[in-house]
Design a protein around this ligand. Structure first.
Ligand code: IPD
Ligand code: CA
Ligand code: CA
Ligand code: CA
Length: 269
């Protein structure tokens, strides 16, 4: 993708994500329809669907050759990442959106032939935009995020993960995860994968671990993290499949290595 094309797409994506977020903020106290999908706690609302439709309309009108891969089913059914693909989560953190009216994001990753070119994560209620273009660094609004500190150690780190890792689970012996939590300085659960990945890029979480995420959850975050020298893999340290659900472990490179070697590989079932 040449730089003029990329700049044009980046500016459009930025304009649309800010506009979609503004619409959500302006309607945050209005009644919404809330339904569920795979289980009673897997929520979806009219706002998730309408926001996805907004992006669909903008992309197909302005860039008829581009593809859309998105959560709520209005996008394309894709088996490859050939061409230019917008990977969008219209609301990441729907449970937070419904129950808390904060701590949710819109996530957009734009890929060209499988290479992440543009990443945008918009913390809607705080009106904070994380954004990156491949090779040009990552930003939080106007502020350029510095490279992650490679001298960081787990003992001084805050790790993002949820309670499921500490209960009996199919992936890793929970005793190793309990040890991991006790070794780290602290742990946090925010409930929006996109925001948690943005926090890794910002250097306020040294790691974020999750058992299963879809492409729209991590497509943008991976681009931001790459730009500050962070690493995103599955929990075995292998590469992420951009078209499938994956376990995801993103982090500061030094802490990532420490966790894979001392905890995940030892406790892996
Ligand atoms: C979810 C959130 C949540 C993560 C789930 C995701 P959604 O996305 O990112 O933090 O734990 O795995 O599915 O459904 O709110 O877009
Ligand atoms: Ca969802
Ligand atoms: Ca999501
Ligand atoms: Ca979502």
């Amino acid at each position: 993708m040449d730089s003029a094309t990329r700049e044009n797409i980046y500016l459009a994506a930025k304009k649309w994500i800010l506009e979609a977020g503004k619409q959500i903020r302006e309607n945050i106290d209005k009644p919404i329809e809330v339904g569920s999908k795979t289980n009673p706690n897997d929520l979806v609302t009219s706002m998730d669907k309408n926001t996805e439709k907004y992006f669909l309309e903008k992309i197909k009108t302005n860039y008829p050759n581009h593809f859309l891969l998105s959560e709520e089913g209005f996008g394309d059914v894709l088996h490859t990442l050939d061409g230019i693909v917008w990977i969008i989560d219209p609301i990441d953190g729907t449970m937070n959106f419904v129950q808390q009216k904060r701590n949710f994001a819109i996530s957009i990753g734009i890929y060209h032939d499988g290479i992440g070119e543009i990443g945008l994560i918009y913390n809607v209620m705080e009106d904070v935009l994380y954004h990156a273009k491949r090779g040009e660094g990552a930003y939080k609004d106007e502020y350029k995020l510095p490279p992650l500190n490679t001298n960081m150690v787990l003992e001084e780190s805050v790790i993002g993960l949820n309670h499921l890792w500490l209960c009996e689970n199919k992936l890793v012996d929970e005793k190793y995860m309990q040890k991991l939590i006790k070794t780290a300085r602290g742990s946090r659960t925010y409930g929006s994968a996109a925001l948690e990945l943005a926090f890794v890029a910002e250097g306020i979480l040294e790691g974020y671990l999750t058992m299963g995420l879809s492409p729209w959850d991590f497509a943008a975050g991976m681009i931001l993290i790459e730009e500050v020298g962070g690493i995103t893999t599955n929990i075995d340290g292998g590469s992420i499949d951009m078209l499938q659900r994956n376990s995801v472990f993103a982090g500061n490179p030094t802490v990532h290595k420490q966790i894979i070697t001392n905890f995940l590989s030892k406790g892996r079932k």
